[in-house]
Ligand binder design. Structure first.
Ligand SMILES: [Zn+2]
Length: 403
């Protein structure tokens, strides 16, 4: 009988789904357990430069709502407060769709999604979708506009982000999918959920009754290689970027809110990385500590002491310290752009762009490939080791391992 599982695997090799679901840091799948009522900024159209943006938002909401029969997803216009989740008992939290003209998140990203969840109950509590109106020009594209490949489509972008908001991760295996991690200017293919996207939603919220196939836009991803992939690197946080947040959200650790997790998801433009990214080397995380951001208390950041093991071309320092978004304080955890902060002894690719560190997660195969191709057996300069990373202030706590 031991051969039975292998026999089944041979008989049904194609039944394995490719979608990936959002989990907390303990590996538990998380989902909504109540209606997701979005509030969209009435000035979204003005900020994005297209008065019909609100209609595109509603269309995207309908697409997701129709695919989640056990989850009601709605949207209405209303005043927005900015992304985040306040933890006071009297806090007013709402799921928001808005645009920022002063972009604080990953350079080049089309949009970001913030998801707050309770890691004990695995319930998503709150989400906010933010358009990058500083670095991208959005429109509700008509067919001729899409063909011109000049603007980014509002609905194409939002449908992808809503997938994150409801619990889907990226699927990099097929560029036609809504949850493919990158998009090109003029692309409208992500307006419509594909089978794999729907399968992921069905796993969370039941299977929708089959409807006639919606007409498929003729646009697809075509610019998916080249330097664009560098844009997927994680920018190391700087105080300036955080201070530029127009609506910093206070997140205080209270007994009522322990276990909450914040997740950021990003759809990166395929053409967003025209600026050069210079690989520096590959290093290993030797120490780390999470703490509150001093400039945005609602954010957790993690200081990493990285010891270089090889350098790209010229010699590099023996070690450096970088601070990345996300981390864990007690049971409160923030995950930025899909992955928890790097683990101890994890190997990272380090590069610089405009003088700032950019961290590449080598657990992503494409990044590992790129660094392996670029790295020469460089010389690691000997230097005095730094004191272990320490967090400022009394709120600092050691990173708590997952249970
Ligand atoms: Zn994404």
């Amino acid at each position: 009988m031991r051969a039975l599982p292998w026999l089944l695997l041979l008989l049904f090799p194609l039944t394995v789904s490719a979608f990936e679901l959002r989990t907390d840091s303990q590996g538990d799948v998380v989902k909504w357990r109540r209606e997701v009522a979005f509030v969209v900024d009435p000035s979204l159209g003005q900020l994005l430069g297209d008065a019909t943006a609100l209609e595109a938002v509603k269309s995207a909401i309908v697409e997701l709502d129709d695919a989640t029969p056990e989850l009601k997803v709605t949207v209405k216009e209303g005043a927005v407060r900015g992304p985040g989740y306040e933890l006071d008992d009297d806090a007013i939290n709402q799921n928001e769709i808005l645009a920022l003209t002063d972009w604080p998140y990953t350079d080049g990203a089309l949009a970001s999604t913030v998801v707050t969840l309770n890691a004990r109950t695995d319930e998503i509590l709150d989400t906010d979708v933010v358009f990058n109106a500083e670095q991208h020009v959005f429109r509700v594209l008509t067919a001729p506009m899409a063909a011109a490949r000049t603007f980014d489509d509002v609905q194409n972008t939002l449908t992808h982000e809503l997938g994150h908001a409801l619990g889907l991760m990226h699927n990099p295996k097929d560029e036609r999918l809504v949850m493919y991690p990158r998009a090109s200017a003029g692309e409208v293919g992500k307006r419509v959920l594909q089978d794999d996207d729907r399968d992921g939603l069905s796993a969370l919220y039941g299977t929708a009754i089959a409807t006639p196939e919606a007409p498929q836009p003729q646009m697809g991803c075509s610019s998916t290689g080249g330097v664009g992939a560098w844009a997927l690197g994680l920018f190391v946080l700087g105080g300036l970027a955080l201070r530029r947040r127009p609506a910093p959200v206070l997140v205080r650790v209270t007994r009522a809110t322990r276990g909450a997790v914040v997740v950021l998801g990003v759809l990166v433009a395929a053409s967003a990385a025209a600026q050069p990214v210079t690989p520096v080397g590959v290093g290993v995380v030797r120490a780390k500590v999470s703490h509150r951001s001093t400039s945005s208390p609602g954010l957790i950041v993690t200081s990493l002491d990285v010891e270089f093991e090889s350098c790209a071309g010229a010699a590099c320092e023996r070690a450096t310290r970088v601070t990345v978004p996300g981390g864990r304080l007690g049971e409160l955890e923030q995950v930025v752009e899909h992955y928890p902060v790097p683990a101890l002894n994890e190997r990272l690719g380090l590069a610089k762009k405009n003088g700032r560190w950019v961290v590449f997660r080598l657990i992503e195969h494409r990044h590992a490939e790129r660094f392996n191709a670029l790295l020469a057996p460089g010389v690691v300069r000997s230097a005095a080791p730094q004191t272990p990373a320490q967090a400022p202030g009394p709120v600092a706590q050691p990173v708590v391992p997952a249970k």
